[in-house]
Ligand binder design. Structure first.
Ligand SMILES: [Zn+2]
Length: 360
């Protein structure tokens, strides 16, 4: 009704303006009437993951960090940051420690005519992986056109996170047993025609990320990063400075092949010893690794034949072969090199064993 009145009023003003312009001999100062489409605000729903009173739905809890609290803290800061832009309406699915099902969150977004639902999370490795992973990742729908929207936004937000020193694992999709999106919040949103991404900012269970998250003001920096990516995606402008109204990005095409998740490790994982210097305890190792399906993002090495491995190292994903130095502690007898490489679905392959006993 309000809308209708507005339109009628607008039409009357337009007719009167036209009459004045036609009848009047004098010139008028230049002004621009923005179209309704331009004035229609973008509606962004921010979903702080998990939550519920007391110990309900805590999410990941490690290193004195609790996911449900961090997601709320970040979501509030993100709203404050994004509210600085014009033409955007930012709504949170929860503003307190309130229990909500995934379906309720998507229904809420629908009721508010959301243009996009951003679900805020922090990560943790599966227990069997011993808390070794670190970095950021984005999950999106495997189905068009939600896939493209999530992927486009994912590229933008990863650019911002990378600027904060977080390691970027990529934008991923995962399909469940029934053939639809595995993650409930994505599935429930897509069902209601709302694009949705899960933003896994960093791992709470790995000190590489946890120590960064604990630095003063880091959550606020993440909020600025998320808000900047959203402002770029929706081409927003802030009266206080930032203007992304002319921002462009490459629109993602839907891949020709299916988008099923990668369930196998890198196809190639082959280790070679290039040189050994027993006096200094150094072994120069060359690793050749690649995966047709997903990028290789981490590697680790062992000098005791695979009993113990180094923390995960970052792999330069633009290369298939790289060499690195393995420092072997003094008095190590019969070192044997084994290398592991991981793709961005955390699927691992283990190399051949290289026995350096004779030369070390
Ligand atoms: Zn979570």
């Amino acid at each position: 009704m309000k809308q209708f009145k507005k339109t009628v009023l607008k039409n009357i003003i337009m007719v009167l303006t036209a009459l004045v312009l036609v009848l009047s001999p004098i010139s008028y100062p230049h002004f621009t009437i923005r179209s309704f489409a331009e004035n229609k605000p973008v509606i962004v729903v921010i979903d702080p993951g998990h939550g519920g009173g007391g110990n309900a739905n805590l999410g990941a809890v490690y290193n004195a960090l609790t996911e449900k609290d961090l997601t709320l803290q970040l979501a509030r800061a993100l709203k404050a940051e994004l509210d600085r832009y014009d033409n955007v309406s930012v709504i949170l699915t929860r503003t307190e420690d309130t229990p909500l099902t995934l379906e309720q969150r998507a229904v809420f977004a629908k009721e508010n005519n959301a243009d996009f639902l951003f679900s805020i999370h922090f990560n943790a490795s599966p227990i069997k992986n011993e808390h070794i992973f670190y970095g950021s990742e984005v999950w999106t729908s495997a189905f068009s056109p939600y896939y493209q929207k999530g992927y486009d936004f994912g590229q933008l937000v990863m650019g911002e996170w990378n600027g904060l020193g977080l390691y970027q694992k990529g934008v991923k999709t995962r399909i469940g047993k029934k053939g639809d999106d595995y993650y409930g919040i994505i599935r429930q949103s897509v069902k209601r025609n709302i694009p949705c991404v899960i933003l896994e900012h960093a791992y709470l269970d790995c000190t590489t990320d946890a120590s960064v998250l604990k630095t003063a003001g880091f959550i606020e920096k993440l909020a600025v990063a998320d808000a900047t990516a959203m402002a770029k995606y929706f081409k927003l402008r802030s009266p206080s400075g930032a203007d992304y109204s002319g921002f462009t990005y490459t629109n993602t095409l839907y891949p020709a092949g299916n988008l099923y998740q990668d369930v196998t490790g890198p196809d190639v994982c082959s280790a070679k010893v290039l040189a050994a210097d027993p006096a200094r305890g150094n072994i120069l190792v060359e690793l050749t690794t690649s995966d047709k399906q997903s990028p290789v993002i981490y590697f680790s090495y062992s000098y005791d034949g695979g009993n113990t491995f180094s923390p995960l190292q970052m792999w330069d994903r633009t290369k298939n072969t790289q060499s690195f130095n393995v420092v072997v502690p003094p008095k190590t007898v019969n070192p044997k090199i084994v290398v592991r490489s991981y793709n961005n679905y955390e699927q691992m392959s283990e190399s051949n064993l290289v026995d350096v006993t004779g030369i070390f």
